[in-house]
Design a protein around this ligand. Sequence first.
Ligand SMILES: C[S@@+](CC[C@H](N)C(=O)[O-])C[C@H]1O[C@@H](n2cnc3c(N)ncnc32)[C@H](O)[C@@H]1O
Length: 426
Amino acid sequence: MAETRHALTLRARAAHVVATVLAGRALDAALDEDRAQHGRHGLVEELVIGTVRHTPRLLAAATPLLKRPFRKADQDLQALILIGLYQARFMATPTPVAVSEAVAATEALGKPWAKAVVNAVLRAAAKGDASARDDLNHPEWLVARLKAAWPDAWRSILAANDERAPLTLRVDTKRIARTEYLQRLASAGVSAHAHPLVGTAVVLDHGTQVPGLPGFGEGLVSVQDAAAQLAAPLLAAGAGDAVLDACAAPGGKTGHIAQSAPEAHVTAVDNDPARVARLRQTVERLGCGARIRVLTQDLVSDTLADLFQRILIDAPCSATGVIRRHPDIKLHRRASDLPPLRLAQARLLDRLWQNLTPGGTMVYATCSVLPEENEDQILEFLERTPDAREEPWSFGAGRCGRAGWQFLPGEAGMDGFYYARLVRRP
Ligand SMILES: C[S@@+](CC[C@H](N)C(=O)[O-])C[C@H]1O[C@@H](n2cnc3c(N)ncnc32)[C@H](O)[C@@H]1O
């Protein structure tokens, strides 16, 4: 009996988090708040993340069955229905069980009056067609742009977005060889394998609690997608180089740059104070905090006086390449977000180019799959910047467009990512 009550509370918790995300809150922030209040729980995480991942198609199945929409104050009931439907369709929970759990959870939400409607809608929705089309699970504007940009790959992008992303670690190979770290994982009972293309990357075969991983506290490993692990090698900072990591927080790439070039002078800048605080924690854990100058500054409106031999711009972007990690992007991102993002990216390129020494290298990166933020942005930059040239590079996955290198989500198990390497003529 106690166990049943516990499970109901978990479902009510999940409904509350999902309702908050549907109301506009970022998934990570909503989950963090729930964890801080109640502690992390695997079932809550699964129900919340899975339901958010499939929300558009779950809503398409459930909404037409409602006589009228739920009031704003009752969005948790709508979330409860979506969660029940997610369980029935994607967690192999028998429909009668999913329905009865959702109905019972109305009590835990303090809304027992809603039992009948939750029961009726969920039962009818679960009977509906479960083979929903992939494009029903993404906003129309995004599907249209993906079709135009990637006529041969848009379907696989949508399918990859609906999958769970693997948990990938970056090993500080200056301190421990990847094979040795894999042995440490095996001794700790954690099953993992080496990424086939990225020499620092280890992919865990199952999700796990990251802080408990061997060596995590000492900074031997960081959580970082394999595509993101290519930024520091592309930048190729050397001893004595002044390096600017613009748009640096929460510091994943700053840490990698500082660890791989211990003799470089790294400056990390971001305009978001809360994220800068996380960056400081990251580089402290990695043991390189003392070597990094950290600034909280807006690089679109403020000027930096210094010159750098290497500059990384990991630009603010639509994040359309990391939907599998952050499925709420599908719910929150609008087509109207694109023009201001494009403008900020162009300004960052133009302004920071003035901080690059002649002969220096700038790496421009995004986690977007939209050409307007990637190769179009770089082609326009090259056209208006006579002393810039692209330094081509290639890799065993992804594709070369008219400028830069694009990874689509899921290719070689990696996130969707874009890189262009630019050199300032001496
Ligand atoms: C893609 S994230 C960076 C991720 C980071 N490089 C990492 O690997 O952990 C982009 C960052 O750009 C920052 N940003 C956006 N506009 C900015 C601006 N005008 N000046 C400085 N930073 C900015 C955001 O706060 C955000 O942290």
